[in-house]
Write a protein that binds this ligand. Structure first.
Ligand SMILES: [Zn+2]
Length: 188
């Protein structure tokens, strides 16, 4: 089985906190309000991962009224979710991530964020795409009240993942359509 998941999150700015995105400290001049470290990017990613395997959402797994999650690094929550995906015998194939905010400029942090997520998901960096955009001064993001993040992930059942890896090893000469057409009746 091949599945996709989608996640969205938003947090209000809080000038007394540090800004953490993808597990990386971006600045200590301002951050985001929240029960945990308020890593809006990881929260969107976690929701997408949970969604892909039909496991609900971040709020049901890590309630924001529980003291054990107060100021917790969202990398710890992510680790827990990666374990859940593995327990369900799925492999994370790729993810596409977007942060929408007027400030700060995130392009200089793109590589760091991708590498952090790559090592925490245990997948190659080229399977992670990170984008940052503004909201063209419109709405609450445009008024610099907070930031939002979106994430899409795809996951593959472990045995399907192994099958694709095997196909890769066989090389481009291997015609998989031929193999499956062979077994059909009335095949010319
Ligand atoms: Zn959040």
């Amino acid at each position: 089985m091949f599945k996709v998941g989608f996640g969205y999150d938003s947090h209000r700015f809080d000038e007394k906190r540090k800004l953490i995105l993808g597990g990386i400290e971006i600045t200590d001049k301002f951050g985001l309000a929240g029960h945990s470290d308020a890593d809006v990017l990881l929260h969107a990613l976690i929701d997408a991962l949970l969604g892909s395997v039909g496991s609900g959402d971040i709020g049901s797994h890590f309630p924001d009224n529980k003291p054990e999650y107060k100021n917790i690094s969202s990398l710890e929550l992510l680790k827990d979710v990666v374990d859940k995906i593995e327990a369900k015998k799925y492999v994370i194939n790729n993810c596409d991530l977007v942060v929408v905010s007027e400030i700060p400029k995130l392009e200089p942090f793109r590589k760091k964020i991708v590498n952090s997520i790559s090592s925490n998901l245990g997948i190659k960096a080229d399977r992670i795409n990170f984008k940052a955009t503004t909201n063209e001064k419109m709405g609450f993001v445009g008024r610099r009240e907070g930031m939002t993040a979106y994430a899409v992930v795809s996951v593959l059942e472990e045995r399907l993942w192994e099958f694709f890896n095997w196909l890769d090893r066989e090389g481009s000469n291997y015609d998989v359509s031929q193999r499956y057409n062979d077994s059909r009746p009335n095949n010319n």
